[in-house]
Design a protein around this ligand. Structure first.
Ligand code: SF4
Length: 390
């Protein structure tokens, strides 16, 4: 199911659920952006492997960013200010009614990078145009199309946009109950007081009758990822489990959806959405009726909580599986990590960059040249070196 019209304006759901992984360069790899358009030159940044000369990376990146910022110096000044502006929380500053799983996983990799991604969306957009990201998207789409058709539905309002996803869930729930495999299953709920959304790659029962979540991660390299990337992926599937389990347990309430997303309960759904609902056997007129129908269907279904979390690493070049990993699930640890992330979004602390042990992440980061965290860290190490030599 797909929505046409003004969906992009409304779509905050991470519909390609491995985008954050593809967005994280491996510490072992050399990445070359494939930006072919003329305008892309202005924002392109050359990556090198960590063992390459740092100064050469600095010089080329500075040159690229210099071109990029011809007309944006004033904007950059404002952005620097906004990074440390404490008058309102980042949730308010970035106009966020909710967070999505992809963003939280980005934050697990480097919080400062996530913030820069929001402040400089054009850099992020260019990064998302890299060939391996696009190939990963195509692989996900083709997998989805193996088992479900794409239906285009016209939407007119924010309620219509959300309705499309709820209808997708309503359509998939009985299929999953009947033992069929479903892909791109949306999930949402309130975690630690914040509304979080995500999209599960695949749900299927295994031979033991366990409900298994499969997360597909496509890779340019024919090798398993680093432990740092694997940790982020485990965090991601853990969040999906929390959200899915909350839905089937009936913990998600109608008011959560309406109030957190600021949607109008009585909004009449567009003609295209109503027609689509009818075609899958759902009789609803307003958005509120649809939310009621979805929450009752999922919570009263026979669906269990997710039993097993799996991550499949898939090689883009050979179209073969590299390996499958069973992700651990420790709810207390997961919630503690989430709370730490949310402390930033609630404005209770400043954003943090990577720890010194993970400084290798900065070598392939688009924001290395402008990152205040890196600059401060270099200053501190210079001061320590001066102190030691005096
Ligand atoms: S340079 Fe390092 S600390 Fe700064 S945003 Fe990038 S990864 Fe994070």
């Amino acid at each position: 199911m797909d929505a046409s019209g003004s969906q992009q304006l409304f779509d905050d759901w991470d519909d390609i659920s491995d985008s954050e992984f593809l967005n994280i360069p491996s510490e072992q790899q050399s990445i070359e952006p494939h930006l072919n358009s003329e305008s892309a030159v202005k924002h392109s940044v050359t990556f090198e492997s960590p063992c390459a000369s740092t100064s050469s990376v600095h010089n080329r990146t500075a040159e690229a960013l210099g071109k990029e910022t011809v007309n944006t110096e004033n904007v950059r000044g404002l952005k620097r200010k906004s990074l440390h502006e404490n008058s309102c929380s980042p949730m308010q500053r970035f106009f966020k009614r909710h967070l999505n799983v992809t963003l939280l996983c980005d934050q697990s990799w480097c919080e400062m990078k996530t913030v820069y991604g929001l402040l400089k969306p054009f850099v992020k957009r260019k990064e998302m145009q890299r060939a391996e990201v696009q190939i990963g998207k195509e692989i996900h789409l083709s997998r989805e199309r193996e088992i479900q058709d794409v239906v285009r539905v016209n939407i007119c309002t924010r309620e219509d946009a959300e309705a499309i996803k709820l209808l997708k869930m309503l359509h998939m729930t009985p299929l999953l109950e009947a033992g069929e495999r479903v892909r791109e299953f949306p999930v949402f709920g309130v975690l630690e007081g914040v509304y979080v959304m995500g999209v599960i790659d695949e749900l299927v029962y295994n031979q033991k009758g366990e409900l298994v979540l499969n997360e597909l991660k496509t890779r340019k390299q024919n090798s398993l990822p680093s432990s740092a990337q694997d940790k982020v992926n485990c965090f991601q599937v853990g969040l999906y489990k929390l959200l899915f389990d909350g839905l089937v347990r009936g913990e998600v309430k109608k008011d959560h959806v309406l109030n957190h997303l600021k949607l109008r309960s009585g909004q009449v759904l567009g003609a295209g959405v109503q027609a689509h609902a009818k075609s899958i056997g759902v009789q609803v007129t307003t958005f509120e009726e649809l939310v009621d129908a979805l929450l009752i269907t999922v919570s009263c279904s026979d669906l269990p909580c997710i039993d097993l979390l799996q991550i499949e690493y898939y090689h883009q070049g050979s179209s073969g599986t590299i390996g499958t990993r069973v992700a651990p699930f420790d709810e207390a640890q997961l919630r503690a990590e989430l709370q730490s992330h949310l402390a930033y979004w609630r404005g209770r602390r400043e954003p943090k960059g990577v720890d010194i042990e993970e400084a290798w992440k900065c070598k392939s980061c688009l924001y290395e040249q402008t990152c205040n965290w890196t600059k401060n860290r270099l200053q501190v190490s210079d001061q320590q070196a001066d102190h030691a030599s005096s």
